[in-house]
Design a protein around this ligand. Structure first.
Ligand code: IZC
Ligand code: ZN
Length: 412
């Protein structure tokens, strides 16, 4: 069976199988009036400019009319905490009274509220909740995403969370990549003996999760009052020992030095980086670490915005993600983060498109098979309710997706 997507008004896509940095971040292909051919779930042929082709349905050819709209690769969300139970709308009042994110966490709220509910939830309940969130993501154009554990914080509950990710990967269309984040917070039962919790993460959770192949990456919330630099280094090195590649929540709320650590341990990506200093960014550039910046979180926490433009100038590949989680960024949609990346970071639409497709794919180890519309790649794409690329960065606050294709099948 061949599928033709015809009448594409503008095809906008980055190119290649690896992260794009520096000037390459903004170098994308813009092909007007074209078509794509899909066979066996993969892109088989990409038309040239003003090559509309003369396609008609037949027994083994299905034709989809893009209606002259903008088409891009399916979006890739490189940073989510989507397996959880326990939304935190009650904390909105505390926020409005002036309590900060870290103050709420210190009082046993925040992440720990979600941990309590997640521990009580069954695997089936986590899967059901995750499925709802993934359907919303897909409806907003995301076709591949990363998912972190980190609301279980016991061996059993971290495994339950990662098993939920595995289940979810099988029962809905999106591709999921799992990250183990046992080092998301120190749970209350270890408050007075945090080194024992770190021991549990390193000597029980990591080996078991690696043995069961439940995660590809290991992430740490390196932050004042959460995990310090030395603790984070230790956990990430242990993760490496068990074959889990390091990721790090770095310099989100305080300038602790997480970006430096990312460079030092050779992290595949460092996330947030709102307060990352020049030295940290230089180290990241030298190590080839991808910056996963999360403008929705800056917006929601009323924080500064990361220096993404500077990162591009320094030759750091930049990805933009949602940070979807029930505390600091409760949204499944990448569209507002894309608007913010353009309007607040001052990245160009082309740079942001690269950030939410090929660079995001590279940040989760999937740049070989998703993230661009090119021959041989998985046929994931978004048909937008938009005539050109500028439009989706300019018209905001509503869902601009008209249709979504995953592995050659229309799913939205
Ligand atoms: O539930 O608050 N920043 N972890 C680090 C989060 C936000 C998720 C949460
Ligand atoms: Zn996060």
């Amino acid at each position: 069976m061949r599928i033709i997507v015809k009448n594409i008004g503008l095809l906008a896509t980055a190119r290649g199988n690896s992260a794009r940095k520096g000037e390459q971040q903004g170098e994308i292909e813009l092909i007007p009036d074209t078509y794509v051919v899909i066979k066996d779930n993969l892109f088989e042929e990409i038309g040239g400019a003003h090559q509309t082709g003369n396609w008609s349905e037949s027994g083994d050819t299905k034709v989809i009319d893009a209606g002259g709209a903008l088409v891009t690769p399916g979006l890739v969300d490189a940073h989510t905490h989507l397996v959880f139970s326990g939304w935190r709308q009650k904390e909105l009042q505390l926020k409005l009274q002036g309590m900060t994110y870290l103050e709420i966490l210190k009082q046993g709220g925040g992440i720990l509220n979600t941990v309590r509910a997640t521990r009580q939830a069954s695997l089936a309940e986590l899967v059901a909740a995750g499925k709802k969130s993934l359907a919303v993501m897909l409806a907003h154009g995301t076709t591949t995403c990363e998912v972190k554990s980190g609301y279980g914080l016991t061996l059993e509950d971290e495994i339950k969370s990662l098993e939920a990710v595995a289940e979810l990967g099988k029962c809905q269309p999106m591709d999921l990549v799992a990250t183990f984040m046992g080092a998301h917070a120190v749970p209350p039962e270890f408050e007075k003996s945090r080194e024992l919790y770190i021991d549990l993460v390193c000597n029980k959770m990591l080996p078991e999760i690696a043995k069961r192949k439940l995660a590809v990456f290991c992430d740490v919330f390196c932050e004042t009052g959460v995990f310090g630099l030395g603790e984070s280094r230790h956990i990430l090195e242990c993760g490496k020992h068990y074959g889990l590649l390091p990721k790090i929540h770095a310099d989100e709320i305080t300038p602790l030095g997480g970006a430096n650590l990312a460079g030092e341990v050779g992290a595949i990506s460092a996330e947030h980086l709102i307060h990352a200093g020049d030295e940290g960014l230089t180290r990241m550039a030298a190590a080839g670490t991808i910056a996963v910046v999360l403008p929705g979180t800056s917006f929601y926490l009323n924080e500064d915005f990361a220096r993404a433009k500077k990162m591009v100038e320094l030759g750091i590949p930049v990805a933009v993600a949602t940070d979807f989680n029930p505390g600091s960024c409760p949204t499944e949609s990448l569209q507002l983060p894309m608007n913010l990346a353009c309007l607040k970071y001052r990245l160009t639409p082309a740079e942001v498109l690269t950030a939410v497709t090929i660079n995001a794919a590279a940040a989760i180890g999937r740049a070989q098979d998703v993230g661009t519309v090119e021959q041989g790649k998985q046929a994931d794409l978004v048909i937008w309710q938009a005539p050109d690329l500028n439009f989706i960065f300019y018209h905001w606050g509503v869902n601009l997706v008209r249709s979504v294709m995953k592995r050659g099948e229309i799913v939205v």
